[in-house]
Design a binder for this molecule. Structure first.
Ligand SMILES: [Zn+2]
Length: 385
């Protein structure tokens, strides 16, 4: 049984979904720029998680969003003098092509913010019925005072939250008259750029509302695993919990919160906004997809990852050596004992890929044919042969 670290409970717990599929939602991309190694590491972590569950007899229903309307898309489209829809569609196609080359276990549903407005309105109406929405000149807001456990996920003090909010892109769009500076927009009234009609007036949806609504629409009020980059813990995931649990009165919204550590370059987080990125397609010019998977997954997912060209090069040699040692034959069912079982158990232990690969690499050259077939199964779950 897969065991995962839950950010909310701050401990490792088993993922249980008896008699049904494990439901998983991962926050996806805002498609205005090319897929970088940070995205790939995050999405491959959840790809691996789904592959482990499926390989061990647990079906998975995996949903991921595309934030196809956002201030950053509009700004980039204006800068490059292209339509925002055209930019978003082009970048989404490029991102899906990059992930396909990485042999991504594609989500069962890829949903788009612009297609989910009715689900968003339903959620805001539910919040209104709970007295958990109020309107100001620039938007409809969620009052964080409505959620007594607000801050439970991040463990941040109100002062620390306020410091983070000041640096957010949309800070200047907020009404200064909010009841609490941490109150966040469910719906924004804006007069420039694309807008949609809503029961509250024309505007654009708040970012946090999108994920809560899509989860409710595609997976229900409660899910098993919610994933994303660690930078999403506050404010995004904290706010998702506040909206969803206030609307449904069911707790927990997600049984497990899984967060992937930052990808860094030169000691700084790789990010579109800072422009210090290594793109997946450039990495694939100097290495192959299996080696890039090995490179990105061979570090515990919760730790930060410092990109380094020499290690990327070594990963190419390691993947080639592993492929040679394991050969191209069939996969064998993993037995109750032996190195393949130990390696699979390491994967099930909060995705300990580092240990699993060490075991496979040690055992492969020594293995008999049947054992090699079992080891191939584990290497194929990780996607490195
Ligand atoms: Zn999200």
């Amino acid at each position: 049984m897969l065991r995962l670290y839950d950010t909310r409970r701050r401990a490792i717990h088993p993922v249980r979904a008896p008699g049904r599929a494990v439901t998983m939602y991962v926050c996806g991309v805002t498609p205005y720029d090319t897929t970088h190694l940070g995205h790939a590491r995050t999405f491959l972590t959840f790809d691996l998680l789904a592959r482990i569950l499926e390989a061990t007899g647990h079906p998975v229903r995996y949903v991921q969003n595309v934030t196809d309307i956002d201030e950053s898309i509009l700004q980039r489209a204006a800068r490059d003098n292209v339509g925002w829809r055209e930019l978003g569609k082009r970048e989404e196609r490029a991102y899906l092509a990059d992930m396909k080359r990485l042999r991504w276990r594609r989500p069962d549903v890829i949903c788009h913010a612009t297609q989910e407005l009715p689900a968003m309105f339903t959620l805001v109406r539910a919040l209104e019925r709970r007295g958990a929405a109020y309107t100001l000149p620039r938007g409809v807001y969620f009052p964080v005072a409505a959620q007594p456990r607000y801050g439970e996920l991040s463990g941040l003090s109100a002062a620390a939250m306020k410091r983070i909010l000041v640096g957010q892109d949309d800070a200047k769009l907020e009404d200064p008259g909010r009841r609490d500076p941490r109150d966040f927009a469910l719906w924004r009234f804006v007069d420039d750029g694309p807008t949609w009609p809503s029961p509250w007036g024309r505007g654009r949806p708040g970012w946090h509302l999108e994920c809560s609504s899509m989860i409710r629409h595609h997976l229900g009020d409660q899910i098993d695993i919610h994933g994303g980059g660690a930078d999403l813990i506050y404010p995004h995931h904290e706010n998702e919990i506040a909206q969803s649990e206030t609307a449904s009165r069911k707790r927990p919204f997600s049984r497990t919160w899984a967060h992937v550590g930052a990808m860094r370059l030169g000691g700084k987080k790789m990010s579109k906004s800072d422009g210090n990125m290594v793109f997946v397609r450039d990495a694939l010019n100097v290495t192959d997809p299996r080696a890039l998977r090995l490179y990105l997954l061979d570090r515990h997912y919760r730790k930060p990852f410092d990109h380094d060209e020499a290690s990327l090069d070594r990963a190419r040699l390691r993947a080639a050596a592993l492929g040679d040692a394991l050969g191209r034959g069939r996969s064998g069912a993993v037995g109750r004992a032996g190195p393949a079982r130990e390696a699979l158990s390491a994967l099930e232990d909060d995705l300990n890929v580092v240990r699993a690969l060490k075991i496979v690499e040690w055992a492969a050259p020594r293995a008999e044919a049947a054992e090699r077939a079992e080891l191939r199964t584990v290497a194929r779950i990780v996607g490195v042969i």
